[in-house]
Structure formats: C-alpha cells, structure tokens
Write a protein that binds this ligand. Sequence first.
Ligand code: GMT
Length: 377
Amino acid sequence: MKIGILCYPTYGGSGIVATELGMSLAHKGYEVHFISSALPARLDIANPNIFFHRVNMHTYPLFQYQPYDIALSSMIYRVVNLYKLDLLHAHYAIPYAYAAFTAKQMLKEEGKDVPLVTTLHGTDITLVGQHPSYKHAVEFSINQSDAITSVSESLKKDTLQFFKITKEIQVITNFIDNSEFDECEECNRNQFAEEDEKILIHVSNLRPVKRVEDVLQIFKNVHAKVKSRLIIIGEGPDMEKINEFLEEHPELISKIRLLGKVNDLYRILQLSDVFLLPSEQESFGLAALEAMAAHTPVISSNAGGIPEVNIQGETGYLAEIGNVEAMSNYTIKLLSDENLLARMKRNAKEQAIRFDLKNVLPVYEEMYKDTLTHFKA
Ligand code: GMT
C-alpha cells in the first residue's frame, strides 16, 4: 500500500506521531510519502520506502500572506498523481484535512480519487479549531474525510460536543516504541544532579496550555522539602516566563537546567525521577507516555485525555488544573518514599508497554484496510 502522510514537521505531538507511524509502516514494507513544509524532526529517510516531498512555496509581491494551503493541496495532488498513492492520512485538521479535501476534488475532476483518513490530535479541536475563523472549515473537512480517528476517548467526546460530526470517530491512541528505551548505558545522572538529588523533568513546546509557570512553582515547593533539580526540555513562547521566574528566584538558577530542543530526549528521560505535566489542555499527553516508557512516573493535571494515560496512585498522581499545591505535595510524597518511587517507576513502564507500538500499529493497518474496502465498494 502507498500512503501519503500530511503533517507538521516541528516538535509538536501530531508531527511526532505521524512520523513514528510512517517510519513503522515503511519498516513493514509500506511505501510512505511524507508531505510537509520541512523534513519532519524525527524522520529518518534512510529507509528506501520513505519519500519526502517539501511543499513548494512561491512568493509573489501581491500576497500579503503566503497561501500555504493552496501550495499544500497542489503538492498533495501532484504526489498522488506521480506516485499513485492509495490513501492519504492527514494529521491535525488544520490545514491538512482541509488541503487534502481540496486535492481530492482536483483529482475527482480527472476521474481519480483517493480515500482520506484524518487523525484529530488535540488543539485542532479543543482550541484553535474552535475559533470562528476556522470552525466551519474544520467541521466540513472532518465530515468530508473517509475515516476519522482521535487519539483519546476524551478528544472524541470533545469533537462530538464542539462540532456537528456526521461520521463515526475511531479512537486510536498515541503509542510508544518501547524497544527504543532499552538499558541506557550512557545515562549519567551526575551530569545533571548530585548523588543525593532527585531529578524533575518537563518536556513541552512551552505554549500557554502547558502552564510552565505551574512547573516552576511546583519545583520551587518541592525543592524546599526535597534536594532536587529541574530539567526543562523544549522551546516556545513561554520561555520568557521561565526567564522572569529565574530573575525573581536567583537562588534556583543553579538548580534549573534549560536544555532547549534535544536529540537524546529518551536518554535524559531515563535518568529522571518524575515528569511534570500540569497542562490546561491535553488530548492524550504523548510526552507523559514517553516519560513512562523511560520508567518515569508522572505528576499531572487531570486535563482532557491525561487520565486515560496517567493512572491516579499507580503511574503517578493527578490533580485539578492549576492545583499547584496538590501537585507539589504529590511530588514531595513520591520523592520522599523510595519504595513508592520504585513501585511507580515499574508501574509507569508497564503502562507504557500497554501503549506499545506493537499493539497500536495493527489497529492503524486494519483501519487503512477497512477504509480502502469501503471506499472501493
Ligand atoms: O495541540 C498541541 O499541543 C499540539 C498537538 C500536536 O498536534 O502537535 O499535540 C496534541 O497531539 C499529541 C499527539 O497526538 C497529544 O499527545 C497531545 O496531548 C496534544 N496536545 C494537546 O492536546 C494540548
């Protein structure tokens, strides 16, 4: 089967899921064509089954804004025609599902068609997708898809609540390849903390929904009780909030490490003791699952789909969004009890194994086959 994957190339969760899915399919013999504005961050193009098509943007003095969606639909149309793709898979409704629908219409004019699968990831539904500038187009392109998947039950519920959806939505959760987390020989905690210090970690694209100010406040509270350090991985608009916090708390500067975007994320997760995810919204929480795969328990909010991944009292603890006090107390409790920490580290890994790629990839494959069968019927 030849599949076209349309996704964001950046460090966001949808791009990561799309890339990992495409690479796993290519590994199994599918021909996978990535169509994006840049090479997706984690894409390894060494596999001969993987193709990458950059969306060509042509600038013109008349354009106040570059029409990316038009260039994207043109590229989808061209790739389907050139490589005879069997199926398109759009990750994130805006603009991918919309542009794919336009490409399909162009193909139909020539008596051709190709089924479109749209995977809803999160803020395409819960935040930006609801803005009046986008809402009708999002609803339209979801309903025009031949199959729709959502990454959690919570996101499915939100989609049905916020939009008039006329088709079935199948939940196919985020997944993790646990084989990439085998014994880490290069994991050297001393690089980041003293022997008697615990390591707290937060990984995100530092947008307001991630509530990085809560991460900092939790660390401040925890550090007052437990010898510890905080690692923050990622870049984004709320970086300034971190700088402001450090200016107000110079005594914590040496305890907080800002690593920006890193390539060896898994290695750093593996030497951490607790992952903080106090998000305002989180359709699933792929970052939490990655932490769990590295044996790291999670202290989180109970936003969106997080409770489907982080289980209260088993893989970590959850509190209401913004309840920094509760999240701090849970972290202190966990880090002060070696037996509890060891148990939760084991539980976190067991939970990650439930979401292993081996279990989720066949569900995607089955969904592709069903979509093709219904499409041809
Ligand atoms: O909305 C975002 O934060 C970006 C988005 C993405 O598409 O890059 O992330 C979402 O998709 C991930 C992968 O499916 C989920 O694990 C994240 O929970 C989700 N983020 C939010 O809902 C905030």
